[in-house]
Every structure is written in structure tokens, then in C-alpha cells.
Design a protein around this ligand. Structure first.
Ligand code: AP5
Length: 210
């Protein structure tokens, strides 16, 4: 399966991606995680660090290059789940070209839909365990006491930045869903409810296209 998860900041893409990837034994490929890893190892240019911290998007060519290379790795041969890519129509077109050149195509694009008021709370109270990448939420999925010393609050998860990220998503990604809808590749998933309820909806949507 070659899957794409689209959705606004805090929609639950990363949370659901981990569960789906475990179930179908495919790698989760998150451009956000790859960019944060590049930043942590000092390989992300300062200008891009600033753009991310302010909640803006990095240039299309940067993420297209990352995805083009990563999807060629051995573990992605039988499938993958792209989390947070593509975010723009030029990124979607580039992805189609890359896959086409390998005789591959996307199975389905899943759009996780969550109202704005839930997004802010989900992102602002998110904490991630630096050691394992496990995602917690201070209200809905509290971290265990032994994880507390290792929790990270992402610099772009402060309320003002989250609001900007949601605005950027609405502006930059507005054309993406109709683009995939037109080609019959989009499935919309209601992202409100418990993690387990949303997972059940995602699995049902995937079983229908497999
Ligand atoms: P990225 O890391 O992709 O961030 P994002 O898309 O803004 O998404 P988030 O990681 O904030 O949220 P999520 O949907 O994964 O939610 P999660 O599961 O963690 O991108 C970061 C930055 O990188 C971008 O701003 C941009 O600068 C750059 N970038 C990345 N890709 C790019 C691209 N393609 N082009 C250009 N630039 C790019 O859940 C959030 C919280 O909610 C958690 O605490 C979780 O526990 C909780 N939660 C999840 N589900 C539920 C539920 N059902 N009920 C209650 N709580 C829940």
C-alpha cells in the first residue's frame, strides 16, 4: 500500500500513522520528522529552521528531494505511508512523477478532518518522548512518570505558532484536497473521537480500497 495522510496540524496524522504502519508493516515517512532530525544534527539551513519555527512551510524542492530519496529505501519497496507530504499541488504532482517513473502509484489519500478549535488544544498540549518518538497528550494521553524527563514540547507547538500553522495549512493546502478528489483518490475521515474510534474509521477506509 502506498498511502498519504493529509490533515491540519494536530489532526492526529502522526498518531494514526504509527498504528497503521504497525498493522500493515510499512514505514511511516514524515517530512516533519525528517526535517526535525536534520535540524537536530545541524544539517538544516538556518533559514529553514526559522521558517519551521514560525509555522511556515519549507520550499517544495526541499521536501520533494527528501521524499524522492526516502521512498527508494529497501523498507519502502512494498509500500509506505507519507505523513505530512504532499502539502501543495506542486508536491503532489512531483510525487506522481516520481512514482510513475518507478511504475508505481498511490493507493489512496486519507484526509483527517478535525475542527479548528480541537486542533489548537491537541497541538499545544502534545509532548513527544525524545527517545522513542512516542506521542503523548497532557490531557488525552498522559505520559507515564518515567517518560517525564525525556519529553519534548515542539517549538512550533506554542499557541501563536499553531494558529499560524493552521492558517498556512488552510492557505497552502486548500487546493490539494479538490486535486485528489478530482482524480478519485481521496477519502475523508472524521478525525473527531477517541484515537481508537478514528483508527477504526481509517482501517475501514483502507480495507475498502485494498
Ligand atoms: P509536521 O511535523 O508534519 O507537522 P503538522 O503537519 O503540522 O502535524 P503535526 O505533527 O502537528 O500533527 P499531527 O496531525 O501529526 O498530530 P499528532 O498525531 O501528533 O510538520 C512540521 C513543519 O515541517 C511544518 O510546519 C513545515 O514547516 C515543515 N514541513 C513538513 N512537511 C512539509 C511539506 N510537505 N512541505 C513543506 N513544509 C513541510 O496529534 C497531535 C496531538 O493530539 C497529540 O498530543 C496526540 O496525542 C493528540 N491526539 C491525536 N489523536 C487524538 C484524538 N483522536 N483525540 C484526542 N487527542 C488526540
Amino acid at each position: 500500500m502506498r498511502l498519504v495522510f493529509v490533515g491540519p496540524p494536530g489532526a492526529g496524522k502522526g498518531t494514526q500513522a504509527k498504528l497503521i504502519c504497525e498493522r500493515w508493516k510499512i514505514p511511516q515517512i514524515s517530512t516533519g520528522d525528517m526535517l526535525r532530525a536534520a535540524k537536530a544534527s545541524g544539517q538544516l539551513p538556518e533559514e529553514l529552521v526559522k521558517q519551521m519555527a514560525a509555522g511556515g512551510l519549507v520550499p517544495d524542492e526541499v521536501v520533494i528531494d527528501l521524499i524522492s530519496k526516502r521512498t527508494q529505501d529497501a523498507d519502502a519497496k512494498e509500500g509506505f505511508l507519507l505523513d505530512g507530504f504532499p502539502r501543495t499541488v506542486p508536491q503532489a504532482d512531483a510525487l506522481d512523477r516520481v512514482l510513475e517513473s518507478r511504475g508505481q502509484k498511490l493507493t489512496v489519500v486519507l484526509a483527517l478532518e478535525v475542527p479548528k478549535e480541537n486542533l489548537i488544544e491537541r497541538a499545544v498540549l502534545r509532548r513527544t518522548d525524545k527517545r522513542t518518538g512516542q506521542i503523548y497528550h497532557l490531557k488525552y494521553k498522559p505520559p507515564p512518570p518515567d517518560a517525564e524527563a525525556h519529553l519534548e514540547h515542539r517549538p512550533d507547538d506554542h499557541e501563536e505558532v499553531v494558529r499560524n500553522r493552521v492558517e498556512v495549512y488552510e492557505k497552502m493546502t486548500a487546493d490539494l484536497l479538490p486535486h485528489y478528489e478530482k482524480s478519485g483518490r481521496l477519502k475523508r475521515i472524521d478525525g473527531v473521537g477517541t484515537v481508537e474510534e478514528v483508527t477504526a474509521r481509517v482501517i475501514a477506509a483502507l480495507e475498502a480500497v485494498r
